[in-house]
Design a protein around this ligand. Structure first.
Ligand code: ATP
Ligand code: MG
Length: 348
């Protein structure tokens, strides 16, 4: 069965929106709105999977939800043409996630590296929600029967799991899917969109660790709301090695910190890494870091300023989210009604 092209993605309102979220996800969201209908969600139910100290409690959650929304708008997402809303306003996400909890297998979830990384050594103390996070993510996407999902590289494994869940649902209920008139597949197998030189932006302190909202060190990341001085200082202090920059891309292979900074420049300037090295190869890091800081300030400065302006207008942000939620709900309710028929739940 052919599915209509539809893009879905989300960002957690866990604070400290950073350059990795921007280059790995939000920039892609903006570009895709030219191509088709897009649904961009602030995934507040996901935020609760982490310890309360990470998501910050009720006041912080509301503040961060508005801040992610402001980032979407400041980056250029049009909330009229697309659907922008926060996940908890559309209860079908949680409802479909329950069904997917019963479709997915413990073994599948047990292999997820995000759970292992975030739970750390103290797994017994991790929330059940953190373990089942990928089933909610599958529901977020599939409740709209979305076909394409722009994400950073770290979410690739969860996308594969979403495909496995969609496939198993299609197989388990094949007979009633056909009987309900949906042919041989009710859910599409959603495709990840992971492209470009900054699909996995690394920490500025450690080139082997992903830049993350929840990293305790603020020097590990560039926040979208950082001012010019903070951006320049963080880039100046970013970990590097003593060698000059290589002239060829293969020279970046064993040098994760250099590779990361060159990738950031490439993504911000819309160049390839090879083109960046053509310009800066053989030079010292200090020269390159100054150019990178200037570029980052030029690109992020206006977005940060617009985010702050929009975040101050809570009534406007809330109206965008409410309008998006009403439109999302219509689509989600339609899918959920069919899912109930397919599974065999009686409904009025
Ligand atoms: P947390 O630590 O709370 O999980 P996060 O920084 O991973 O926060 P998410 O809200 O989980 O942010 O992810 C939002 C989007 O940003 C996802 O598409 C994710 O793949 C992408 N993303 C997150 N970190 C990076 C990164 N370092 N580089 C590229 N993309 C990233
Ligand atoms: Mg994450």
């Amino acid at each position: 069965m052919a599915f209509k092209e539809l893009v879905f993605s989300g960002v957690q309102p866990t604070g400290n929106l950073h350059l990795g979220n921007y280059l790995g996800a939000i920039v892609k969201f903006v570009a895709l709105q030219q191509r088709c209908t897009c649904i961009y969600c602030v995934v507040d139910l996901h935020a609760l999977t982490q310890p309360l100290a990470v998501w910050g409690g009720p006041k912080e959650l509301a503040r961060n939800t508005r801040e992610v929304t402001a980032a979407y708008l400041a980056a250029g997402i049009d909330p009229k043409k697309n659907i922008v809303f926060n996940q908890s306003q559309v209860h079908e996400h949680a409802e479909l996630a329950w069904i997917f909890n019963c479709v997915a297998r413990m073994g599948w979830l047990g292999r997820m590296t995000q759970f292992k990384d975030k739970a750390g050594k103290d797994r017994e103390n991790a929330s059940v929600g953190l373990f089942s996070y990928p089933t909610l993510m599958a529901a977020d996407i599939l409740v709209y029967r979305a076909t394409h999902v722009p994400v950073g590289e770290d979410q690739k494994q969860h996308l594969e799991l979403s495909r496995d869940i969609a496939q198993k649902f299609n197989n388990d209920f094949a007979e009633s899917i056909a009987a309900a008139g949906f042919g041989n597949a009710f859910f599409p197998l959603p495709e990840p969109l992971i492209q470009g030189p900054a699909t996995r932006v690394m920490s500025l302190r450690d080139g082997t660790k992903k830049m993350s909202k929840s990293d305790p060190s603020d020097y590990s990341r560039i926040n979208l709301t950082d001012d010019a001085d903070a951006i320049a200082q963080k880039i100046r202090k970013a970990k590097t090695d003593p060698e000059p920059l290589p002239s060829e891309e293969k020279g970046l292979g064993p040098r994760p910190e250099a590779d990361n900074l060159v990738g950031l420049y490439a993504a911000l300037a819309d160049l390839t890494k090879a083109a960046v090295l053509k310009q800066f190869g053989g030079g010292q890091f200090s020269t390159f870091k100054t150019a990178l800081a200037d570029l980052a300030v030029a690109k992020l400065g206006p977005i940060g300023a617009e985010m702050k302006r929009l975040s101050a207008d809570a009534a406007y942000i809330d109206s965008v989210l409410a309008d998006g939620a009403v439109r999302a709900e219509q689509l989600a309710a339609d899918t959920m009604g069919s899912v109930k028929d397919i599974v065999g739940f009686i409904r009025h």
